[in-house]
Design a protein around this ligand. Structure first.
Ligand SMILES: [Ca+2]
Ligand SMILES: [Ca+2]
Length: 533
């Protein structure tokens, strides 16, 4: 153990000159992500969707375009896949047609009902229907079909296809395309007398006269007469290719495929007009007849310099990639780019490129734990590899208080903090040169020039060991608010947490890549509250 006077001066300054300013952490962000084949022993034929039955059985259901639903246990070791439903005899498949959507009733465990959205011919049309499982939980009865809703498709493309239940209202939502061709020649998106170009909403637990469902009373046109479509929830859609509800916010996210220039993401609200064909994204497309008072802009759009057809995903709520939590994950079908979009309706959206997937991304899906999967048209199902996380750290000129929140192959200070102008110093009742870096500890390292650094390694989860007195700690394996930190024994934390960025300040959040000072009254551990783990 070797004491360094310069650093001791820093430690004393830390006690004498506390700056009560919160740090700005914009110089820390996550870097590259990797996908892994989630189920390496099985493949699918033209898979278009993945979901779960929400009944506690932890099974995965994969939709194949030609009209088959496969089921299997949610394990990477799965070898055998069963056919849950085969309705290839009634599905018209190919191009943008096929079995496009699947959702299980919120009370599936008790009633065995699930719902599909598919295209058929003679006439070419979309069918929304209900089926029921048999006594064998891995096999549905195709003879139980109850057709809820059907509407004709003037062209083979733009059939939407997503169906899902609202987490708060229990209603069935249906995404429909504008009917097809290009430029919406029938102006279906802006017409309220057609099912096409819409987000529809129906109540499948009740029945209105003459219908297999009820119209929710707060649908925008529920009181209309004549040929106005009472099932409309929102309109002005072109071809919403994958929607999802975020169970935390209740928001309905829709990825609406654009024409030739702009792909867009919408937050869909009751009674709103999302613009097509008057607008493609935020850009005027065909202004003929466009006199509606309010067209809702997308929350995000990208041009065809970055892709050609959006595939909507989910707000990440899974357990394995904490830094994606709360971010909307989506892709471009043509270039296979996967992005994250952080959007809260208040601060400016933050869009980040995560990686390029293998094969064309046809859809995303989630399991019963809300883990996210990527469905590729190459027949494989992928998920994020939790062991390959990387962190981009911007090191400042001068002293940096840092940590390594991953388990790296070579945890030496000279390996991870190469190009530093100092040794890497740890603190344990005094400073020492840290030859081997330890997760949970904070370190000082000096640089002559500010520079970016990427730290990669295996994600870890740990409590942080502390000794009575001042401790230089590294953060947990995910960003955590100080209010969510506890100790064992309880209440041994007797100081605020101090970060350093040209000077000390009390922090309210511990972020990855940074080190922090904290004083404890006894030896013990500090940890993230169990319920947040
Ligand atoms: Ca169509
Ligand atoms: Ca739009």
């Amino acid at each position: 153990m070797k004491l360094r006077s310069g650093l001791d001066v820093l430690a004393f300054r830390f006690l004498k000159y506390l700056l009560f300013v919160f740090l700005i952490y914009s110089n820390f962000s996550y870097g590259q992500f990797e996908l892994q084949n989630a189920f390496p022993n099985i493949t699918f034929n033209n898979p278009l969707f993945l979901t779960n039955s929400g009944d506690g059985t932890n099974r995965i259901f994969v939709v194949e375009q030609n009209g088959i639903v496969k089921v299997y246990p949610n394990s990477s070791a799965t070898i055998n896949v069963k056919t849950f439903l085969n309705i290839t005899d009634r599905v018209a498949s190919g191009g943008e047609m096929g079995l496009l959507g699947l959702v299980f009733h919120p009370d599936y465990e008790n009633n065995g009902y699930f719902y599909v959205n598919y295209t058929a011919t003679n006439p070419r049309r979309t069918i929304i229907s209900r089926y029921q499982v048999t006594n064998n939980p891995d096999s549905a009865d195709k003879n139980t079909e109850l057709i809820l809703l059907t509407f004709n498709q003037p062209f083979g493309n733009h059939n939407g296809g997503w169906i899902g239940f609202g987490p708060n209202d229990g209603y069935l939502y249906i995404g429909t395309g504008d009917g097809g061709s290009s430029g919406d020649p029938q102006n279906n998106g802006q017409s309220i007398i057609t099912f096409l170009g819409k987000i529809l909403r129906i109540d499948i637990d009740n029945q209105d006269p003459g219908l297999e469902y009820a119209i929710p009373v707060d649908n925008p046109f529920s009181d209309s007469t004549g040929s106005v479509v009472k099932e409309i929830y929102a309109w002005g859609m072109r071809n919403p290719w994958r929607n999802s509800f975020d169970p935390v916010t209740g928001w309905l996210w829709s990825a609406d495929v654009g024409q030739y220039q702009w792909e867009e993401i919408d937050i869909v609200e009751n009674g709103k007009n999302y613009g097509w064909r008057c607008y493609e994204g935020t850009h005027s497309y065909n202004s003929s007849g466009c006199n509606y008072p309010e067209y809702i802009d997308p929350v995000w759009e990208y041009s065809h310099s970055l892709g050609c057809s959006i595939t909507g995903g989910y707000v990440y709520r899974g357990p394995t990639i904490p830094e994606l939590t709360g971010k909307y994950i989506y892709a471009d079908y043509c270039l296979s780019t996967i992005w994250s979009l952080e959007y809260d309706g208040i601060t400016p959206p933050d869009n980040q490129t995560l990686l390029t997937a293998t094969g064309s991304v046809t859809s995303f899906g989630v399991d019963e734990q809300s883990e996210l999967y990527i469905v590729s048209f190459n027949g494989n199902i992928y998920k994020f590899n939790p062991g390959s996380a990387c962190l981009n750290v911007e090191l400042s000129t001068g002293w940096n208080l840092v940590s390594v929140p991953f388990l790296n192959n070579n945890m030496s200070g000279t390996n991870i903090f190469s190009n530093s102008s100092s040794e890497v110093f740890g603190f344990d009742n005094g400073y020492f040169i840290a030859d081997t870096l330890v997760n949970g500890n904070g370190y000082w390292v000096k640089y002559n020039n500010s520079q970016p650094l990427q730290i990669c390694g295996e994600r870890i989860s740990f409590p942080i060991e502390v000794s009575a007195g001042w401790n230089l700690i590294g953060p947990f394996d995910k960003q955590v608010a100080v209010e969510n930190i506890s100790s064992n024994p309880p209440d041994i934390i007797i100081s605020p947490f101090f970060g350093y960025d040209s000077g000390y300040s009390i922090v309210d959040t511990l972020i990855l890549g940074k080190g922090y000072w904290v004083k404890t009254s006894a030896n013990g551990i500090i940890q993230i509250n169990e319920e947040l783990r």
